[in-house]
Design a binder for this molecule. Sequence first.
Ligand code: 13P
Ligand code: SF4
Length: 352
Amino acid sequence: MFMNSTMPRDTARAELEAHYDLAPSLALAKETQAIYDVVKSVIPEPDWAMYAPYIAAINRLKREKDAVILAHNYMTPEIFHGIGDVKGDSLQLAIAATQVEQQTIVQCGVHFMAETSKILNPQKTVLIPDGRAGCSLAASITPADIQKMRDQYPGAKVVSYVNTTAEVKAASDICCTSSNAVEIVNGQPGDTVIMTPDGYLAQNVAAESHKRVVYWEGACIVHEQFTPEELRAFRENEPGVTIIAHPECPPAVIAEADFSGSTAAMINWVKTNKPEKVVMVTECSMSDNVAAELPETNFIRPCNICPHMKRITLENVLWALHSGTEEVTVDEALMEPARAAVEAMIKINQED
Ligand code: 13P
Ligand code: SF4
């Protein structure tokens, strides 16, 4: 485990140890048995004795500090099942951010997700346990790049994936997530739509859309690694396996899959269809989180890790709640235009 970027690790660690008993504890493991029962197929007991003191302290602090934890599907199981209050894909977390009552939101996810929560809740405190938790997609594009694309395709609307910075959202007409991208693109006026920043998502959307989709060539470092050969090998080595893939994967990978959808859509698909054997072609913690709930399904687990998501740990979540850092702020001038782009997306979803 490691700390966030606001304080040297040793100083923060000493401060936490002065306030909380964080030694592995069988007694606390017992106290948190109800949570462990959910994750016992994916977390060994000795590890739970290590996690339990953090989980107990975090869940207590949440109540004391009027805080809620929004946890993305790529969080590790001890975070996802142990301390997450609202769990889901990017769209579900963005919508939840408009509905939570607590004064503080702790975003267990990456920085653009925390920014989205802040954009939707300017009056609330939004904390990210490690502000260095970035995203290769969000880092791939700037507002100047958006302007270049607007100049190249005059009049075309700009649909930006939520995996973007606040300043890129502010320069866009509307946001989308992987679960509503086709609907959002199809709903734009004109024949041509600009999609940023994920080139693969854009190509996968184009395959299902009647629009001409032009796109920025950013990529997710996790999903771009999957290959169609790898998926064919799963079919060969695991007869009867069902393959479901995230639309951030290259189109040739999606073509080999039985189903494609956002992380939440992938989870729903598995829960509804209950395949005997499945590969979830996405970040590897998600399979652990779903496997914990579906012991009868055999999950084949290729493991591509998102190093950004993995910056979030129980230790730095506890630190965030204890210290009130790292607070996520968004430039005042960006707030309104960025919110307009995110809210336009949420409105379309709520009309469905
Ligand atoms: P969704 O959860 O919206 O499918 O997004 C996946 C992702 O990579 C988030 O960073
Ligand atoms: Fe970004 Fe990919 Fe990591 Fe999601 S999994 S945060 S898209 S790098």
